[in-house]
Design a protein around this ligand. Sequence first.
Ligand code: CA
Ligand code: CA
Ligand code: CA
Ligand code: CA
Length: 392
Amino acid sequence: MAPRRKTGRHNISTKIKNKPPCRAFCKPCCYFLAALSVLIGLIILVIILVSIFPLPLDRIHNWIVSKFRAKDPYESFIKLLPCSDYKIIDVWTVNLPKLTTDSPIILLDVNNDGIEDALFGFGTGDNYGIIPPDIFCSVFMRVSPPCEGGILALNGVTGEILWRYWINDTIYFIHCSKDINKDGLNDCLIFGTKGTITLINTRNGTALWNHHYKTQEDIVLGSFIPDQNNDTIDDILAAHTNLLEDEGHIVILSGKSGKIILEIPIGAKIFYMPQILHRPDGDYILYGSGGPSTAGNLSVAMLKSYLSLTSPSSADVIDIYHDPHNGVMIQSILVDITGDQIPDIITAMYNSTIIALNGQNFSKIWNFTIENSRSNTVPIPGYFNNDNITDF
Ligand SMILES: [Ca+2]
Ligand SMILES: [Ca+2]
Ligand SMILES: [Ca+2]
Ligand SMILES: [Ca+2]
């Protein structure tokens, strides 16, 4: 037993002597931890610098990109920089319960405090047609009828309602680009889903005039045009279609009174807001015809000769594009892309063909089609390369 115990002691001490010292492990561990700490510190520092000083880093990036970019021959004309350092902050928010809106928002300083206010059209939903207006308006909207929709102005400083105009229609489109009553502030032309056209005095939110088509099958679209009946006040060019009929009309209304100056049938439904094309030989009305599932044209007619007509013949109207399958419903962009100072016509067709027509002779300049798709928006003009010609 004794020799065995002696041997055991020897083995243990030998093992202890052969074991590497603790320092041999600690040293690399310490180096590793120190390197890791420095790396984490550097990452945190970079994150803090990027969040506090984004602009200098963006400039460094732009400088690096510019160093390796191929030389651009137009670089001296236009310099485009990305928007990278803006922040969005809520100035105010306002909740308008029970209202719906598909209308654009127009900015106008209606209370004359030097700050633009926000104007838009609205509706009160389908409830108006289900619950009698007497009950709906008093119980839900706390006003007397009508209360199906209207236009309101919000104070640009606080978001408070400056005025609200109620009408018996849902207002889905507004134009506020002309001062019809000459009080120094543009007035708003508003369009409803039941064929309402109303001109609003934006100083106080009252109606200057109303023009109503009869039913909710009446679709009407329009905008201001220069004076046509020589009363020095701008007038209105509009398109009207009744969905129950196959006939649409080009309509010119007096800006002063809202009375119809001219209403001409075009032989097809029209869902295109007519436009004025300015040419050296005079102004032309430009409009599209047809619906989503019927053939349609893009057409022009000289405004002056049109005004003297009651029913235009084919000689008065020039069809400059024909689509055998779909109507032309999307407004055109009118901008000169040929350099002759005459606006050209760039239109998105429902079959996703974009076509550019020469404003001087209506010939095709180019077209571009995206196969097997549909388009329902106006092309967006902009300068997307550096040749100083509008792109889309
Ligand atoms: Ca204001
Ligand atoms: Ca005015
Ligand atoms: Ca006029
Ligand atoms: Ca041109």
